[in-house]
Structure formats: structure tokens, C-alpha cells
Design a protein around this ligand. Structure first.
Ligand SMILES: *Cc1c(COP(=O)(O)O)cnc(C)c1O
Length: 390
């Protein structure tokens, strides 16, 4: 059977060429979404020849052997250490993205606290609302502060009224629009004050989790700070040709929901059955080649470019700002011309530039130049559904 592109008709071959050109142009002019584009996985391209499938639990042996569980476990161990998990009590797997990781965190929380209520802020990523709906857990929305961080006073008074019910707390480490970080220590303090013992904290660190450990001063978000699970996206800060994510939880919690399945000879502990076996390999490759130092360098570069971008915008009279340690620069929404060219995610009155590791000062200069030369007025539109990609 020949399924390679050599059997494509000339017209279809042309379509591939056109598609590639289109993707290239789109990739090279975007500043609005948190996706790194500077990866090179050519050294492991030959693994596309194999039908890799990581079905089952990465920490249990299974019958299907065309898998990358060993690499997956190393990826999990890397993040477990970075998030200061108890070395004897961690577990996790490589997911299809931050949304699935969040689903898993909430699923674990619900299994442990079937009568629990989820608390999350207005600025929480849309995947949380959907996941809560899928899992059918009661939930309460908490106000956000102006900078996007959860309003601790509103959280405290709301928890006080519901203190007889177990608390499933959803903290965000890097909100979608403003990259605000909910302070897990403050949340723990509130739970302690109210003497609420039955609680579970899931940290949605999809965006900022990959560089949170390098922030100075540190912001509380990890296991040592008191969370029970953390999710991140692998295709954002690290970068990957396909969407991917990581979920880290406590092994002791996972053990309480594990069920053995004889058909696969493993434990059915993951959300999907068949699982992408290539993405753990990509993540493993990225972590091996970058190491902690490489990741830290990427963060410092991003931070420098973000600081530069904020300053350049302010210099031309645009009121741009950043949350502490953030690589996201928030600015008033721009004209459609600028928004479309630079693919700026826009919500209500604001837009943002996310200085991912591939963004350079030169690109910021081009962007500023476009802003300075743009004559198109900013038109008020209803754009509640603009932010649907990430
Ligand atoms: C991107 C993001 C998600 C969703 O992650 P995907 O990998 O796109 O599924 C969830 N939460 C936050 C805060 C995010 O930034």
C-alpha cells in the first residue's frame, strides 16, 4: 500500500504547497497567542514511522509495546521535581493539552470530594467552566480584581457562607488575558482561617507553569505551597508541533480512583484510552536539550522582551501594563487592521501581546511601527467570542 504524498494529484500537491505557505506567513506574524514557534524536532522526525500509542497508565506495564512510557515518566518526574512534589507521592501523565489536564484535576477532586463545590474566578480559562459542566459539579464564581487576580475578600466571604461543604479550589497561575496569578498561600490561609479541612486545590498553570519556578520573587503555586494537582500546556512556552499538556497529581489520590482493565493489561487512569505517544517524546526531547537552565534562559529572554514592549508602547502614549513577572503585555484594544495582522487576542476593551521565547525586540519594533502608522480608527464591536483559540 502506498499512502505517501507521491500518489497525490498535481492539484492536491499544489494545495499542500499553498497550505504550507499560508501557515508560514501566519506563524511569522503573530504576537497574540501563547505559542512558541522556535522549536526544532528534526532529530526525532523518524519516529513518525511508528504507530506510537501510550494507552494506559504510564507508570504501569501494559500489553501494547509501541509506546514511549519511559520518556513520559521522565517528563512527569521533571515537572514533579520542578513543582516540588513529594518524591514518594507524585503521579501524572502527558495529556492532549491544558484543558484535559484541568479536566483530570477536577475529576480527581470530585472523586475525592463528591459533595464538593468548585470555586473559580471570573478570569478563569473557559475550559474550566466546560469541565465543571461535564463533571456536573456545583460551582461558584468569585470576583476578579482589576489585574485579573482572584478577589480574596470575595473568596473568603463566599467560602464562609458555604463552609459546611468541601472546597474544590481552582487557582489560576497565569490567566488568559492578563497573566494574573492567584496566590495559593493566601488561599490556603483563608481555608485555614475558616477551619475548612476538606479541600482540594487544583492549579491551572497552563500558561505560566513552565516558567513559574524561575520567578523572582517566587509566587506561591506548587505542591509545597499546598496544591493537590497542577496542569500545564506543553505547546505554549516549551513549544510542540501538536497540542500537548501535562498533569501532575498526588499518587495517593490517583490510587483511590484507579481501576484495572484486563484488555490493555494496565490501569485505566487517564481520560482518553488511546493517547498520543509522540508528544511525550517531543517534550522529553525539549526538556533534555534545554534543561532547567535552558528553560530559565527562555523565561529571562521573554521577560526582557516584555519589559521592552511595555516601555515602547508607553513611549508612544499607549497605556500598556504587565502583572508582576508576566511575559504578557496588556494594552487597550487596537484597530482591526493591527489586530488581524498580528493576530492579537482581544476581549472587551483590552488586547495583549504575549512575549513567547521566539518573540524578538525586532518584531516588537515592527509592531510598534505598525501601530504608529495605522490610520484606521478603533471601532467598537461586540467581541465576546473573539478569544476562542486558547
Ligand atoms: C491555554 C490555557 C488553557 C487550555 O490549555 P490547552 O492546552 O489550550 O488545552 C487552560 N488554562 C489556561 C490558563 C490557559 O492559558
Amino acid at each position: 500500500m502506498n499512502t505517501t504524498t507521491s500518489s497525490l494529484s498535481p492539484t492536491d500537491k499544489n494545495r499542500l504547497i499553498e497550505l504550507e505557505n499560508k501557515l508560514q506567513v501566519a506563524r511569522d506574524t503573530f504576537l497574540g497567542y501563547p505559542v512558541s514557534k522556535d522549536f526544532d524536532y528534526s532529530e526525532i522526525n523518524n519516529f513518525f514511522k511508528y504507530p506510537i500509542n501510550n494507552l494506559g497508565d504510564p507508570f504501569e506495564g501494559g500489553t501494547y509495546k509501541v509506546q514511549t512510557h519511559e520518556m513520559e515518566k521522565e517528563v512527569i518526574a521533571f515537572f514533579a521535581r520542578m513543582y516540588r512534589a513529594n518524591p514518594k507521592d507524585y503521579w501524572g501523565y502527558v495529556t492532549n493539552g491544558g484543558s484535559e489536564s484541568n479536566l483530570y484535576g477536577l475529576y480527581l477532586a470530585r472523586e475525592l470530594h463528591p459533595k464538593g463545590v468548585v470555586y473559580y474566578s471570573e478570569s478563569t480559562h473557559y475550559s474550566i467552566r466546560k469541565n465543571i459542566h461535564l463533571l456536573n459539579i456545583p460551582s461558584i464564581v468569585i470576583r476578579s480584581q482589576e489585574n485579573g487576580e482572584i478577589d480574596y475578600d470575595d473568596l473568603e466571604s463566599t467560602l464562609k457562607m458555604n463552609r459546611h461543604k468541601p472546597v474544590i479550589m481552582l487557582a489560576t497561575f497565569g490567566t488568559t488575558m492578563k497573566e494574573a496569578k492567584d496566590d495559593v498561600s493566601k488561599i490556603k490561609g483563608i481555608l485555614k482561617n475558616l477551619a475548612i479541612q476538606d479541600h482540594y486545590i487544583h492549579c491551572d498553570a497552563a500558561l505560566s507553569g513552565s516558567f513559574g519556578a524561575f520567578m523572582e520573587p517566587r509566587l506561591p503555586f506548587d505542591f509545597k505551597d499546598g496544591v493537590d494537582s497542577i496542569s500545564i500546556s506543553g505547546h505554549k512556552f516549551i513549544g510542540s508541533p501538536m497540542p500537548t499538556g501535562v498533569l501532575i497529581a498526588k499518587r495517593s489520590n490517583r490510587d483511590r480512583i484507579a481501576k484495572g482493565i484486563s484488555y490493555i493489561g494496565s490501569l485505566d487512569t487517564t481520560i482518553t484510552g488511546s493517547r498520543n505517544g509522540h508528544s511525550p517524546l517531543f517534550l522529553w526531547y525539549a526538556l533534555k536539550t534545554l534543561g532547567i537552565e535552558g528553560l530559565k534562559e527562555r523565561y529571562n529572554h521573554s521577560l526582557e522582551v516584555a519589559t521592552y514592549c511595555e516601555k515602547r508602547l508607553n513611549d508612544i502614549g499607549i497605556k500598556a501594563w504587565r502583572n508582576p513577572n508576566a511575559i504578557t503585555v496588556v494594552l487597550p484594544k487596537t484597530s482591526n487592521q493591527i489586530k488581524n495582522k498580528w493576530q492579537l487576542a482581544t476581549e472587551g476593551d483590552i488586547a495583549h501581546v504575549i512575549c513567547m521565547p521566539n518573540v524578538s525586540k525586532k518584531q516588537i519594533d515592527l509592531f510598534i511601527n505598525d501601530l504608529e502608522n495605522c490610520k484606521e480608527p478603533i471601532i467598537e464591536t461586540e467581541d465576546y467570542f473573539e478569544y476562542s483559540l486558547n
